[in-house]
Design a protein around this ligand. Structure first.
Ligand code: ADP
Ligand code: ZN
Length: 290
């Protein structure tokens, strides 16, 4: 039996399941401060005889196995969570193999193995929600270098009619600063869910996301692109991406049929937690090879 944590900036989802990604029990609660949230996590898992666990966490996090701060949340502005020793805390409570990666990498793994990109050895999963993040699977493995990629913070060319200053606390008008959920709210004065009929909102959203995809396609050449997260519940954003991406590409790279290439997650909102189960499965396999 495997445990899984999808640790988001707004909510924590915990689940137990098996190596096929089947979830048997699940619970969720709001992300407050570690002293309050973590004991709830531990209480839930103490009910089960776990063999391994996977954690997909909001970030940035330290995913470098060689680093002294491996397993920590690092420079988050979220109160109480900066430098939190996430992996160490869970290891103390559960001395079993524990996989640790970003929430978006977990979702990418879930979609690669069991979702929209199953059977393919590469894909890109992007979430557009409170922030923007992406996880890439290359040659069947999550792409990692010095650390995990941070594709949400790339710079994009501003639309000539867009005067919004941008919301990213680090870079102002990076992709996340211009196109994540809080940027939509900041620019238009209302949450996305109340702007459904405003065509210009979603047209501009697609304009920025299409630019990001243009870069990701040129650099990574993924075989499938999956877009999840709250903002992508607006189907109209896909239409805008399908319109703008060929304009940016201008025939340079020939793209597959876009409606088949750039898709919603097959696992829906379960991509992250299912992928976290698979991180647990990987940790178990790695431990058995040591
Ligand atoms: P998180 O990123 O915190 O895990 P979500 O992926 O749900 O959570 O993203 C939350 C953001 O997405 C908020 O900024 C919210 O306004 C926006 N959002 C959520 N649902 C929708 C929707 N149906 N349409 C447009 N925007 C949405
Ligand atoms: Zn940024």
């Amino acid at each position: 039996m495997l445990g899984a944590i999808e640790a988001g900036g707004t909510k924590f989802v915990c689940a137990v399941g098996d190596e096929q990604g089947t979830i048997m029990d699940t619970i969720q609660f709001p992300t407050t401060v570690p002293e309050e949230t973590i004991p709830k996590v531990i209480d839930f898992f103490k009910q089960y005889p776990l063999n391994a666990m996977g954690i997909g966490s909001f970030g940035p996090i330290d995913v470098n196995h060689e680093s002294p701060t491996y397993g920590n949340i690092t420079s988050t502005p979220k109160p109480g969570w900066r430098d939190f020793k996430f992996l160490e805390t869970m290891k103390e409570a559960f001395p079993i193999p524990i996989g640790f990666n970003t929430d978006v990498n977990a979702a990418a793994l879930g979609e690669a193995e069991l979702g929209a990109a199953r059977g393919l050895d590469s894909c890109l999963y992007i979430t557009v929600g409170t922030g923007i993040g992406a996880g890439a699977v290359v040659h069947g493995k999550l792409l990692q270098g010095l650390s995990h990629p941070e594709m949400g913070h790339i710079l994009v060319r501003r639309h000539e009619n867009d005067a919004y200053s941008g919301k990213c606390p680090f870079h102002h008008d990076c992709l996340e600063g211009l196109a994540a959920g809080p940027a939509i709210e900041g620019r238009w004065g209302e949450k996305g869910i109340h702007l459904v009929d405003r065509h210009e909102v979603w047209d501009l959203e697609g304009y920025y996301l299409a630019q990001a995809l243009y870069h990701y396609i040129l650099i990574l050449s993924p075989k499938k692109i999956i877009l999840g997260g709250g903002v992508m519940h607006q189907q109209q954003v896909f239409a805008s991406i399908y319109k703008y991406l060929p304009e940016f590409m201008n025939g340079y790279v020939s793209l597959p049929e876009l409606t088949d290439y750039i898709v919603r997650p097959d696992l829906g909102d379960l991509a992250g937690i299912t992928g976290s189960l698979l991180l647990g499965k990987q940790a178990l396999e790695e431990a058995s090879h040591e």
